[in-house]
Design a protein around this ligand. Structure first.
Ligand code: GDP
Ligand code: GDP
Length: 433
């Protein structure tokens, strides 16, 4: 599992500037999806071969008692509890403030490593920068400039130095499913329905907080693994959501799985939280099946309404198959798993170069990329550059002049030609020559 770096500090010290720098290296697979809103406080990044998750806690107002600021403070405290490493940012231009001291007091009680980061230090001598921050008693301060990028790579390398490497998940050759959805959508009920009478083959007790639980089960003679999300844990004979909702755990589960089942509550409105979760799933490029749950006991009128709302608010999930199920009554589960199988197969599909090239050439013959200025881009051949999700690399000339909409046209064409249901697919242009 990727380690989680949490950025903490009072407003204006440069957290979001550092966040942007820490997350921009990753080429987002779905950078150009129209209508997708993102939660900009969570992102992925990589230094060298080390991937990580970053959380920007926004602000830290430990003294407020209620209202929106209180909510933010609660989120911050939860993120601090779930962090693998904390970067506590201060601002050399304002010096060490009273609020910095309050935050430092709180952070000194954390069980994970905390690094003190002095920002806005461009062009300044290190000793001068860090001197006054020693009094925060959080070890040797590190000087960086988030906006100029000075010291940032060193900082991340040091921060991740003592975090154990993500143990390579033994390559499962079957769907590893994360059930993602907001609280009360019916995730635990669905886990129990899946397991039902089926034999649970193995059950790992959670060890440390960094371990996720994997539940292996068989259905219709096929193996599946469920990954715990946000505290769906066994209590007695059944699984229940026993922890508060955690974005970090949700992101880790998305990362860890190869197929997501997004669980929506048909008896509630589609919320921003649903859209944000969908955004995380797309960002990760995961294969996806949508389960619209609690379909029992709804009138036709209500069903039409929720379908329309889903179509409007989650339009960008059109690549996924939608199922209308009742986790409680156990209806619709077999078709749901058929789609999980299909999405898994699509995500892992091996696409041959001759076939890809033929489809490309036909697509270009049917509809040429528009000329930009004197250039007419000429796609010539294609090969598969990766899977889960499938990445198709197109070669040719003047490909850097191809528009996003033409790229989407090619993506759609490949998806249809290979009948890839349930996985995003990315076309990338090789503009090297
Ligand atoms: P946040 O509120 O902690 O997320 O802070 P921001 O990232 O929004 O930054 C606050 C202000 O500080 C912005 O005007 C940034 O441009 C500026 N800033 C951030 N990093 C640096 C830096 O390394 N050097 C300087 N000079 N300014 C910075
Ligand atoms: P979680 O927080 O996502 O794990 O949600 P739970 O599985 O705990 O379910 C939340 C509530 O919704 C419980 O009261 C469930 O009994 C109820 N629920 C779950 N699935 C269904 C369903 O298919 N139909 C109906 N009517 N209620 C359901």
């Amino acid at each position: 599992m990727k380690p989680t770096i949490v950025l903490v500090g009072r407003p204006n010290v440069g957290k979001s500037t550092l966040f942007n720098r820490l997350t921009k290296t990753r080429d987002a697979i779905v950078a150009d999806i129209p209508g997708l809103t993102r939660d900009r406080h969570y992102g992925h990044g990589k230094v060298g071969s080390k991937p990580y998750l970053v959380v920007d806690t926004g602000g830290f107002e430990p003294v407020v008692k209620d209202g929106i600021m209180h909510e933010m403070a609660k989120q911050t405290l939860q993120a601090i509890d779930e962090a693998d490493v904390i970067l506590f940012m201060v601002d050399v231009r304002t010096g060490c403030t009273a609020q910095d001291k309050i935050i430092a007091d709180r952070l000194r009680r954390c069980s994970c490593p905390v690094h003190l980061v002095v920002n806005k230090a461009e062009g300044m001598r290190r000793e001068v920068v860090t001197a006054e921050f020693h009094e925060l008693a959080l070890g040797e301060p590190m000087a960086i400039s988030a906006s100029h990028g000075e010291g940032v790579t060193d900082l991340v390398e040091i921060a991740l130095e003592h975090i154990p490497d993500a143990t390579e998940e033994e390559e499962t050759k079957h769907p590893r499913i994360a059930l993602i959805g907001r609280p009360n959508a019916g995730k635990s009920t669905l886990v129990n329905s899946f397991l039902g009478e089926e034999r649970v083959i193995a059950f790992d007790q959670p060890g440390t907080t960094r371990d996720s639980i994997h539940i292996d089960f068989e259905r219709n003679g096929k193996p599946y693994t469920l990954i715990d999300t946000a505290g769906v844990r066994r209590r007695g004979k059944v699984f229940e959501a026993i922890e508060k909702f955690s974005v970090i755990k949700t992101l880790q589960a998305i990362d860890d799985c190869n197929v997501v089942i997004l669980v929506l509550d048909a008896q509630a409105d589609i919320s921003d939280q649903d859209a944000h979760l969908a955004g995380f799933i797309l960002d990760a490029g995961r294969a996806l099946v949508v389960a619209v749950n609690k379909w029992d006991g709804m009138s036709d009128y209500q069903r039409d309404n929720i379908k329309r709302e889903i179509g409007r608010k989650l339009q960008f999930l059109e690549f996924a198959k939608f199922h209308y199920i009742s986790a409680l009554k156990g209806t619709g589960l077999n078709p749901l798993l058929v789609s999980v199988d299909a999405a898994y197969a699509a995500a892992m599909a091996k696409l041959s170069t001759p076939q890809l090239t033929r489809i490309l050439i036909d697509a270009v013959a049917a509809h040429q990329p528009p000329k930009t200025g004197p250039f007419r881009p000429k796609p010539r051949y294609a090969h598969q550059g990766g899977m889960n999700p499938p990445l198709i690399v197109v070669h040719g000339s003047a490909l850097d002049k191809i528009s996003d909409s033409y790229k989407r046209y090619l993506e759609k064409t490949f998806v249809q030609a290979f009948k890839l249901q349930g996985t995003p697919l990315k076309v990338q242009f090789n503009v090297g020559h």
